[in-house]
Design a protein. Sequence first.
Length: 377
Amino acid sequence: MSDPVSGPVREIRPLSLRGAVLGEGPDASVPAHYGAPLREQRRLLEREAVVDLGQLELLEVSGADARSWMTTVTTQVLTGTPVGTSSSLAVLSPQGRVEHLAAAVVIGEESLLLVLDAGARAGLRRYLEMMRFAARVEILDRDDLRVLGALVPAAEVLADLDLPEPVAVWSEPWPEVAPGGVAYGPAPEDPAGQVLSVFPAAALEALPWRERQLAGMSSWEAVRIADHRARQAREVDERTIPHELDLLRTSVHTAKGCYRGQETVAKVLNLGQPPRRLVMLHLDGSQDVPVAPGGEVRLGGADGKVVGAVTSAALHADLGPIALAVVRRAVPLDAALSVQVLLGEADGETGALWIDASQEPVVVPRDHGERPTTAKL
């Protein structure tokens, strides 16, 4: 099985199969839920459960030049920060398109750990190998490690389990604008935040997991969508530039030295605006049918103009059915939208249902009066 990101999805055994219903697409190797998705999500929100993120891939970059070299080949500054520092970064194409996204943790003076979406590691590794030249670095796949997700470090949630010392804990104060960052829209209200804790895989797999300690990926995705956070496997396509997904907020340092794609980043930031924008949708739940990534977004009803597509969708315990979508910049911020839900085939034709949706802006076009806000350096 391959993921549309860039590489094959590894075969991963879930930490617990008790009641597990496996996910789909890039999350097919871990449970979407364990039979009670909303109760699981409530426990996650109350800091009483963790999420098995075994599908995420890890890459270690080490060596005397590791941090300075990664600063030159990515969009983030990774030099001069203390061990344990977390950040987000991107690798762009020469035209400024998003090719790779990663969560990065400084795990040693000469070592970085990168956490990547399912299927994304192979492509990033190829790029890094190509750019290594004479740099004193080593690049290592870390399949001996596994990630747990929670809203606080996993050790705080699982205090009664005999957890080993984490190899790394990644956390950033989203949606606060990082040093060198730029916000392209308003911050979400009451963000939950997401924390990644990395442990030796064998130690996690040997633990006696109990039902209430685990929540599924459907819970994790609901929190991510409500926090307006883009994900490589869902929101990024071959046309994506960072401004469209509000990635300049934390993943792109606009005041650092040259990096591939910088010209496009600077040009759009200073002289233009992105052609598309990320939006969160509040969906009409009265139809009681799930929305899936890929569904068309139209102005008005079924006969309206296609203006974008759903990238992620979930049922949130407090907000109800929500989704992220990428739509054309020109779509009015207050426009009523409709989202397509594909139904089963009848007489050789696939039916479709249209669900009403209201917008919660994530990226706001400048011509609506909201100018990018730059962090103070």
